[in-house]
Design a binder for this molecule. Structure first.
Ligand code: GAR
Length: 374
């Protein structure tokens, strides 16, 4: 069966319906196929008689996952999917949502997998599904199997700090380096000093995955330059908030990448559940003031405008409040009479660069030891 247009898929669905057969519709990027996909697609097919996969086009994968993806072209992804016994037909789509396809094709059954719940389905798609009377099924994700986890594992041998599979087995070396999941929105200078400390061997950890709410964030470029998996997470429509879908994606991706600690290195949106509950006590942040003074945005400018004689930086654990979690370490810096607001910012940042790796190393000692998985 070749790749179909939406109109061809609609005709195909009608033909099947004439003989009482029902089409299951699902969608996704399916960039690097793994056992989670194969099992999910087989389960989805089992819900009806024929399975139609709406495959994100290359440009739509780039929009969702950032410029480094897809790894495989849409033609190749379609060919691989069509090689599976479970997949009967494919349509490739460019739009951010599958609403138009659902309306045109009118599948009887809709399946979605992974971290989705009925509440987190896109409201437009949900409305389209309800209006055509489709059955909706959310299928469980296969833990530990994801494209991101696959990419993270592929990056491991290139990381000089990671013992290779041949040089040490879990039996001979039961401890392993803690795996950091890094979140950042901008420059990533703090991320850079963490990488330097890892290279120097003063921070005993490895970076498993970097995520950003900003597709143009330099932190993503820094990660890509090192071969570290890094992705943009669509934050949703609000300029400052992080949508429920985004919170789910962050938690799911960091869990799939086997992260032990989330490090917020200049991340400017608020984390909520399920991230907070999945990583309770294991999310660390750097903030440019002496908390509890000056929480929130542009904390260095708040201190400058308040004309306080000193400010600084704080490393703390993240909880439900805004910059309210337990304080782990602080460094004070003076505000001098001749300072500009930029001088204050620069002075705080150089204090951060010394404090952050040290504080993360100290925290990891309290969270470890980290055991290799059997
Ligand atoms: C840092 O100064 C950090 O303290 C601040 O963002 C900057 C990121 O710089 N974080 C916050 O304000 C969090 N509320 P970087 O991207 O160069 O590391």
């Amino acid at each position: 069966m070749p790749v179909l247009t939406a109109a061809e898929a609609a005709a195909w669905r009608q033909n099947l319906a004439a003989s009482g057969r029902r089409v299951v519709f699902t969608s996704g990027c399916f960039d690097i196929l793994h056992a989670g996909h194969v099992r999910y697609l087989a389960q989805a097919k089992g819900l009806g008689d024929a399975l139609l996969v709406a495959l994100n086009s290359d440009s739509s994968v780039r929009q969702i996952k950032g410029p480094a993806r897809p790894v495989n072209s849409e033609d190749d992804r379609a060919e691989v999917l069509l090689g599976l016994e479970s997949v009967d037909a494919i349509v490739i789509f460019d739009e951010p949502r599958t609403t138009g396809l659902i309306e045109t094709i009118q599948p009887q059954i809709f399946a979605k997998g992974g971290d989705y719940t009925l509440d987190s389905l896109n409201p437009e798609e949900l409305a389209a599904l309800r209006s055509i009377g489709a059955e909706i099924h959310i299928l469980p994700e296969l833990k530990g199997r994801s494209t991101t986890a696959t990419l993270a594992r592929m990056a491991l041998p290139e990381n000089p700090t990671t013992p290779s599979a041949s040089s040490s087995s879990p039996q001979s070396n039961p401890s392993r380096l803690p795996r950091l999941g890094v979140l950042g929105s901008g420059e990533g200078s703090n991320f850079g000093v963490l990488l330097d400390a890892i290279d120097a061997g003063t921070l005993k950890a490895e970076v498993a995955l970097v995520l950003s709410d900003n597709p143009g964030a330099k932190i993503l470029d820094r990660a890509h330059a090192r071969g570290i998996p890094a992705e943009w997470i669509n934050p949703g429509d609000h300029p400052n908030r992080f949508s429920a879908e985004a919170q789910q994606a962050v938690s799911g991706q960091f869990r799939a990448a086997g992260c032990d600690l989330i490090v917020c290195a200049g991340f400017m949106r608020r984390l909520k559940d399920p991230v907070l509950s999945d990583f309770a006590g294991r999310i660390v942040n750097i903030h440019p003031s002496l908390l509890p003074a000056f929480p929130g945005r542009s904390a260095w400018a708040q201190a400058f405008e308040a004309k306080v004689p000193e400010t600084g930086c704080t490393v703390h654990l993240i909880d439900v409040g805004i910059d309210t979690g337990p304080i782990l370490a602080q460094t004070k810096v003076p505000i001098l009479p001749e300072d500009t607001v930029d001088d204050v910012r620069r002075r705080i940042q150089s204090a951060e660069h010394a404090l952050f790796p040290q504080a993360i190393g100290d925290l990891l000692k309290t969270l470890g030891p980290f055991r290799a998985l059997a």
